[in-house]
Design a protein around this ligand. Structure first.
Ligand code: NAD
Length: 492
């Protein structure tokens, strides 16, 4: 059953800005270029949006730079109230924003709605954090002076976001940046620009002054952002995306010594001990694997299951995965299409490689035929440890199951990756849960839980999954500098 008629879809798309937002004005790209936005369920073009380049990006940075001083001087309560108003507007319009997201990104509408709620939470959370940007007053231990600290905005920020969570990855950066008093040039993914443009309109309507948030969509990400990264008016980059691009941006940020936050790729292990509640583990596995169709940095990429329960776990997971309805995200399905042909091709290659090395598909294993980039939810048993999908991000609905015998082996296997974003552990033994969680080399651990994202918690990775934290009390620190004032205290 479809949640929307073609007319409603077309009206919704038409209601969203299709231009760049620069200095408070919606405008076409200086070059006049546009880029097609595609429906990944059909391959059809939904609309065209402005395709900016370096000229537009530099104009956006100039606007952000010009707006910086006044925005930093705006009382934090006023900044917070704009974010709060945007939270209310997003919440009121959650259904249409969810449909819009599904049209350009593919995930089922119910999941898109979950993302809108999650995304809006960052606006609410940081509206509350804005007024808690405090400092300290302390006596110098040796006497003679007082130590005063104030926290000030870093300055204009370049925020680069991926397509897989088209709204939440934006609010997770934009909300703390604005709350801290920073101005922004946002470069969302060109694959999912409509969600970002709709959000920018909401923030503008909520009262954001001109130039505080600028949005540049582009198909030439490198050529468009490099001049900004080399420009002394920019003070920070926050990036969410692949480790390869993140590493490149870290290098580019060197000459200007920019503040940098990196939310990069993941290769999450999902470890099930033989004392685990198997029903809960299978339920958690479904969430950790199929949320976002597997296209999440937090997606469980490798299932390590203790030998005694490996077979029943894999069989039950396969049964649940086989029952998933796959189709266009507007049609009441459980799993939508992958984002594009390239991503589907990668998933096909990874599954073929695992099967060639001896894995068996308990369910799925094949791409859909016909239009749209579908791939069947898949469980692979007897996966050889050297298979490519054990080392690489799958980014699709594929669950490889491997076995282990003891705790030390499980921890070693889980840590045997350059990534370190998140891990999941299922056990009823509290001591073991804590011991393993502490030994895992990741920024986050889900204990008996398959989804842990929360606007109030610090999200982020270690190793090549990046640095910096988004959300929680920590999230705003990424956009603040600490200034220390030494005050002579002559009475000592
Ligand atoms: P990607 O690295 O290809 O692109 C991310 C963004 O960077 C896009 O906006 C893209 O246009 C831009 N970009 C690409 N090349 C660039 C360049 N040379 N200079 C500047 N910008 C450039 O990643 P993707 O395919 O869009 O997203 C998937 C990746 O994102 C996965 O690796 C996933 O794990 C990661 N991710 C991480 C998190 C996290 O919080 N750690 C969250 C979501 C996604």
């Amino acid at each position: 059953m479809s949640t929307a008629s073609p007319t409603r879809e077309a009206e919704l798309i038409a209601s969203v800005p299709h231009d760049l937002l620069i200095g408070g004005r919606w405008q076409p790209a200086a070059s006049g270029a546009t880029v097609a936005v595609e429906d990944p369920a059909t391959g059809a073009t939904l609309c065209e949006v402005a395709d900016g380049d370096a000229t537009d990006a530099l104009a956006a940075l100039a606007a952000a730079h010009e707006a910086q001083a006044a925005w930093a001087a705006t009382p934090s309560r006023a900044r917070g109230e704009i974010l709060r108003a945007a939270f209310e507007a997003m919440t009121a319009r959650a259904d249409e924003l969810a449909l819009l997201m599904t049209l350009e990104m593919g995930k089922p509408v119910a999941e898109s709605k979950g993302e809108i709620t999650y995304a809006a939470e960052f606006l609410r959370w940081f509206s509350e954090e804005a007024v808690r940007i405090t400092g300290e007053y302390r006596p110098a231990p040796a006497g003679g002076s007082r130590i005063l600290t104030v926290r000030q905005p870093v300055g204009p920020c370049l925020l680069i976001t991926p397509w897989n969570f088209p709204t939440a990855m934006v609010t997770r950066k934009v909300a703390p940046a604005l709350a801290a008093g920073c101005t922004v040039v946002l470069k969302p993914s060109e694959l999912t620009p409509l969600s970002a443009l709709a959000l920018a309109q909401i923030l503008t309507d909520a009262g954001l002054p001109d130039g505080v948030l600028n949005v540049v969509v582009t198909t030439q990400a490198g050529a468009t952002t490099e001049p900004l990264i080399a420009d002394p008016r920019l003070r920070k980059i926050s990036f969410t995306g692949s480790t390869a691009v993140g590493r490149h941006l870290i290098e580019l940020s060197g000459p200007q010594v920019l503040r940098v936050s990196m939310e990069l790729g993941g290769n999450a292990p999902f470890v099930v001990f033989d004392d685990a509640d198997l029903d809960a583990a299978v339920e958690g596995a479904m969430l950790a694997k199929l949320r976002n169709g597997g296209e999440a940095c937090t997606s469980a990429n490798r299932f390590y299951v203790q030998r005694a329960v490996a077979e029943p776990f894999a069989a039950r997971l396969a049964e649940r995965m086989a029952a998933m309805k796959v189709g266009r995200g507007t049609n009441g399905v459980d799993v939508g299409p992958l984002i594009n042909a390239r991503q589907r091709g990668k998933v096909v290659d990874l599954v073929d490689d695992a099967v060639a090395r001896g894995a068996t598909a308990l369910t799925g294993g094949t791409a859909g035929d016909g239009p749209g980039y579908f791939f069947a939810p898949t469980v692979l048993a007897d996966v050889a440890p050297g298979s490519r999908l054990v080392a690489e991000e799958i980014f699709g609905p594929v669950a490889p199951v491997l076995t282990f015998d003891d705790e030390a082996e499980a921890v070693a296997a889980a840590n045997d990756t350059e990534y370190g974003l998140i891990a999941y552990v299922y056990t009823r033994d509290l001591e073991r849960a804590l011991r393993v969680a502490e030994a895992l080399q990741t920024g986050m651990v889900g204990v008996n839980q398959g989804v842990i994202s929360n606007a109030a918690a610090p999200f982020g990775g270690v190793k090549q999954s990046g640095y910096g934290r988004e959300g929680g009390r920590e999230g705003i620190d990424e956009y603040l500098e600490v200034k220390y004032l030494s005050i002579a205290a002559g009475w000592h």
